[in-house]
Design a protein around this ligand. Structure first.
Ligand code: ARG
Length: 475
């Protein structure tokens, strides 16, 4: 006889290959805490509603707590034959406490059970991801504050465009990660809906109390429709989508780090502890971490595509295809958390070569816009001012000079509107200082960004505390 919990209507045991193919225990065992917490809440509710006795409930709860200890001490033998985490735990419980264990699954299906576990799991991991995003933002702010006066070229088309503050560049990422954080707040909200009580698909004939389960497990709301509760995986798609966007941001900063630490740029140097060498070329110091973060981004995006594709053609309600929601999700969670944690360290450890950055704006034409703006402020239409500045650049290239090298006479020859204050206007420091429009790169705007960033970090901390409080604890 098979030890399967659904073995009743079968006269043959399951084919070995089918067992191996359909099992999920090899990966869903990481939801054991959620499964146990969910079962404790379910059993508690069943007793509250008079569906099982108080004694049965106590036996179940104590038995589940013993199983939790066994799993955490590595003494639990997970069985492939028992398919998934839900049946592994239920079977072990029934072996240990007898009949009461057999009552645990009253008014419940694995369909709403797995939905419950995954919601709780995503909710917990989302809080972790939010915490790590915030750490990353803190690292960016710290490094930015240390480099308040560091000037570098800003690029468009990978060509030097206008002088900017290095801190302005870093704070651009701070803002992107702030929005990532908000996206995960949204993910949290959708993972915070309680599906249990949906049964297999249509609800249950037992007089259950879904509000009690939701309350015990700290859920913000309850699925209104039982078929929706067991069928949709949109909260997982949302997690993967928020994770993909986050990884794209991480990938871009990785790409920039890789460029900046090339010999050609030499804008930064990564800490030795964060780089690796080559087995053949003794001189090499490679930015592998940045390359891997960039590389792993494709993998997370792939998981999003897989999830969307898996669900797109599925009829309601549960189909086994939905078991495919987990491996990609788990891998995305691990990848995102690891990438965030390691990248904050990369940023904190890097050395900024201020002089090299500065040289890149002094020996350059990235102040040409400022020349044009100067003339436009004196009344020349910007289009014409643009042309004069373009001519000035052309003249300099022919003469082997930079704009700052031109004499007053040379400027006057280009346009009578030039006065001697032009010399100061095109200094990189002035170019930066004068870009004082809201959100611009000036030092003043930067201070405002820093203040705003502190507010954002405070607010994010508050959100974290509120959500950490709601995390389940089994005691
Ligand atoms: N391991 C399954 C999953 O992850 C649990 C739900 C199984 N339900 C079923 N009717 N076979 O989706």
């Amino acid at each position: 006889m098979s030890e399967k919990l659904w073995g009743g209507r079968f006269s043959k045991t399951t084919d070995k290959m089918v067992n191996d193919f359909q099992q999920s225990i090899s990966f869903d065992k990481r939801m054991y805490r959620e499964d146990i917490a969910g079962s404790i809440a379910h059993a508690t509710m069943l007793a509250e509603c008079g569906i099982i006795s108080e004694k049965d409930r106590n036996d179940i709860v104590n038995g589940l707590k013993r199983i939790l200890t066994q799993i955490e001490n590595g003494q639990f033998d997970f069985s492939m034959e028992l398919e998934d985490i839900h049946m592994n735990i239920e079977k072990r419980l029934t072996d240990a406490i007898g009949e009461a264990g057999g009552r645990l699954h009253t008014a419940r299906s694995r369909n709403d059970q797995v939905a419950l576990d995954t919601h709780m799991y995503v909710r917990r991991e989302t809080v972790d991801v939010m915490r790590l995003i915030r750490d990353m933002q803190q690292a960016l702010l710290d490094v930015a504050k240390k480099n308040q006066d560091t000037i570098m070229p800003g690029y468009t088309h990978m060509q030097r465009a206008q002088p900017i503050l290095f801190s302005h560049h870093l704070m651009a990422y701070f803002s992107m990660f702030a929005r990532d954080y908000e996206r995960f707040l949204g993910v949290y909200k959708r993972a915070d809906i309680m599906p249990l009580g949906a049964g297999a698909l249509a609800g249950t004939t037992f007089p259950i109390d879904r509000t009690s389960v939701a309350k015990q497990l700290g859920f913000g709301s309850i699925y209104t429709n039982s078929m929706d509760a067991v069928s949709d995986r949109d909260y997982i798609m949302e997690f993967l989508s928020a994770a993909s966007i986050l990884m794209v941001h991480l990938s871009r900063i990785s790409e920039e780090t890789i460029t900046w630490c090339t010999r050609e740029f030499s804008f930064i140097e990564l800490d030795d502890a964060h780089c690796t060498g080559s087995s053949m070329m003794p001189q090499k110091k490679n930015p592998d971490v940045s390359e891997l973060v960039r590389g792993k981004t494709g993998r997370v995006i792939g998981h999003l595509m897989a999830m969307l594709t898996t669900v797109k053609g599925l009829p309601l309600a549960y189909n086994k295809d939905l078991q495919e929601d987990k491996e990609g999700l788990f891998d995305a969670i691990d990848t995102v958390k690891f990438s965030l944690a390691v990248y904050a360290e990369i940023l904190r450890g890097m050395k900024v070569n201020r002089e090299v950055m500065k040289r890149a704006v002094t020996e350059d034409f990235s102040n040409a816009t400022d020349l044009a703006d100067y003339l436009a402020k004196k009344g020349l239409p910007f289009r014409e001012a643009h042309a004069v500045s373009g001519k000035a650049v052309h003249y300099c290239i022919e003469q082997g000079k930079w704009l700052e090298d031109l004499s007053e006479d040379e400027f006057k020859a280009l346009s009578p509107l030039f006065d001697k204050d032009i010399k100061d206007v095109i200094r990189p420091e002035t170019c930066v200082k004068n870009r004082n429009s809201y959100g611009g790169t000036s030092g003043k705007q930067q201070q405002m960004q820093f203040t705003e960033a502190e507010h954002i970090l405070d607010r994010e901390k508050q959100y974290l505390l509120e959500r950490e409080e709601k995390q389940i604890s089994i005691n």
